[in-house]
Design a protein around this ligand. Structure first.
Ligand SMILES: Cc1cc2nc3c(=O)[nH]c(=O)nc-3n(C[C@H](O)[C@H](O)[C@H](O)COP(=O)(O)OP(=O)(O)OC[C@H]3O[C@@H](n4cnc5c(N)ncnc54)[C@H](O)[C@@H]3O)c2cc1C
Length: 133
């Protein structure tokens, strides 16, 4: 109902970034989400397979948020494509929701054996294929 005139940047569009962006937008701020991947969603899109969450649910939420005034800037890797100093200068506040893609050992007997692999690289590849990216 009332705009605050404040511009807020959210880095990362996983569940943390998306939920923060929606709440900040509803509080009346001008919210800009910066995402390094070509599409928003974070691990919901690139980590979790379609049989656990079909991606049209994420797309529906993004459309709803865009309708509410949130702007998504995809393909922008903050710190690489866009300097942090620039982001700080252009916004009243910056929220970092970058997640983590660094695997860690399960810490169980046998996790160091040959043939035991981290899942993330395979999940991202497969989700890109299924999403025709
Ligand atoms: C196979 C699998 C199944 C899962 N199942 C479930 C489940 O059933 N229930 C559940 O609750 N959780 C589940 N999770 C965990 C859940 O997906 C994560 O906890 C959640 O996605 C973390 O959210 P996040 O927003 O913190 O980070 P992420 O989802 O990792 O999002 C971070 C985003 O920030 C972006 N980013 C990072 N750095 C930059 C930068 N410098 N510039 C621009 N963008 C940047 C990344 O590209 C990414 O899109 C599952 C995860 C996996 C892999």
């Amino acid at each position: 109902e009332k705009k605050t005139g404040k511009r807020v940047a959210v880095i990362g569009s996983g569940p943390a970034g998306m939920s923060a962006a929606q709440q900040l937008g509803r509080a009346g701020h001008d919210v800009h989400v910066y995402e390094r991947e070509s599409r928003p969603g974070g691990l919901m899109r690139y980590g979790i397979p379609d049989f656990k969450i079909e991606k049209h649910y994420i797309d529906r939420r993004i459309e709803q948020m865009q309708g509410e005034g949130v702007t998504f800037h995809c393909g922008v890797n903050v710190g690489v494509d866009k300097p942090v100093a620039e982001l700080l200068a252009e916004h009243d506040a910056v929220l970092y929701c970058g997640g983590s893609e660094t695997p860690r050992a399960a810490g169980i007997p046998g996790d160091d054996l040959g043939g035991v692999h981290d899942a993330m690289p395979y999940l991202v590849q497969q989700n890109r294929r299924v999403g025709a990216e």
